[in-house]
Design a protein around this ligand. Structure first.
Ligand code: ATP
Ligand code: MG
Length: 320
């Protein structure tokens, strides 16, 4: 994976190309003082102008636990939360435009590792302070800000300049069983994995032909040859009407989770065989979908029947 591929997978690069097929989003340039605030380990106070902007913080530098004073004596200082009034009003305006609730990201990553800190344990945000709380608690966000080119094969070349951006996406209730990660190599869809590999989804094992077909069709009609690279990882969502949505584009390399595949098999150049454990070396004509079901099943040219898939996903689809 080259640095250029990482650059091409930034949200603001792919979003204009695939806008019609993804969740409505707005991109705001991240001012340098906001970047500095996000990277500042010492400031835990969050303010978006919509919360109390003064909180008490205990000055506990080098102090042992027993030394912490809980009363407002001289060891307690009043810390003023940084204010970004101009940026805050842009963010609030964008949130309103997107319906009041957003899913926030930086150029590549969402703060998925920090949802535990939010009151509702969700990445749903309604204000800049919600976003700051998640971003400041997330290693994934720090990774975007500090080492976006980690694992690049051309590590000796100079790092391309990055313009950091806050991405706000309209909040959509996505069912984990409808999310898939697709591996594209030399502009061919070589493998599909369910995104949530911690669960067994009965409908995925049962409907793999339909799923493969829908994704393959979406890929060849709307994505293939439209992106800047020929190797990339595509995240999609199949809603309860069987419609495929693009969720994200990621670099084709170790920085992206290979889920039910290994990067070794994805990059080996050999055809992916989902029946490897059974010694089946038959050539695949279509992509391989690996459901979590103990054994994975190989798929040739799947049949067209989205009605079965629709019937299995009777939940209300997300509003995109
Ligand atoms: N607009 C949205 N509204 C609600 N949830 C969303 C939205 N977009 C994405 N999600 C959820 O958040 C998850 C992570 O989103 P996304 O893929 O954009 O983050 P990421 O940081 O790029 O993840 P990864 O590191 O795996 O590539 C998705 O799998 C989906 O479940
Ligand atoms: Mg991603």
């Amino acid at each position: 994976m080259k640095k250029e591929q990482v650059v091409n997978c930034q949200f603001s690069v792919w979003y204009p190309i695939f806008k019609k097929h993804t969740i409505k989003s707005l991109i705001l340039p991240l001012p340098q003082n906001v970047i500095d605030y996000l990277l500042d380990d010492g400031t835990l106070v969050v303010s978006g102008g919509d919360n109390n902007n003064q909180q008490n913080q205990t000055n506990n530098s080098d102090s042992e636990e027993e030394d912490v004073q809980w009363s407002d004596d001289e060891t307690t200082t009043t810390v003023t939360a940084p204010e970004f009034p101009e940026f805050n009003s842009k963010v609030l305006e964008a949130i309103n435009t997107l319906g009041g609730c957003v899913f926030p990201k930086l150029n590549w990553s969402a703060p998925r590792d920090a949802n535990w800190i939010a009151l509702n344990s969700s990445l749903q945000c309604q204000s800049l302070s919600d976003i700051f709380l998640l971003f400041k608690s997330s290693d994934f966000i720090t990774h975007d800000l500090t080492q976006p080119f980690l694992h690049s094969s051309d590590e000796d070349s100079p790092n391309p300049a990055i313009n950091y951006e806050l991405v706000l996406r309209k909040w959509s209730e996505l069912l984990p069983g409808g999310e898939f990660r697709c591996f594209i190599k030399e502009n061919k869809l070589i493998g599909i994995s369910q995104r949530d590999y911690t669960q067994y989804y009965h409908h995925i094992s049962k409907q793999e032909a339909q799923i493969c077909h829908s994704i393959q069709e979406f890929f060849s009609q709307h994505v293939q040859y439209h992106f800047l690279d020929e190797d990339f990882v595509l995240d999609v969502y199949i809603d309860s009407w069987g419609k495929v949505w693009l969720i994200d584009l990621n670099p084709f390399g170790e920085v992206t989770d290979s889920l039910l595949f290994t990067w070794e098999e994805l990059t080996s150049g050999n055809s992916l065989s989902a029946n490897q454990e059974q010694g089946d070396t038959a050539q695949q004509e279509g992509p391989v979908l690996t459901p979590v079901c103990g054994t994975s099943v190989s798929v040739g040219r799947p049949c067209v029947n989205t009605s079965l898939w629709k019937a299995l996903c009777s939940a209300t689809p997300p509003v995109m």
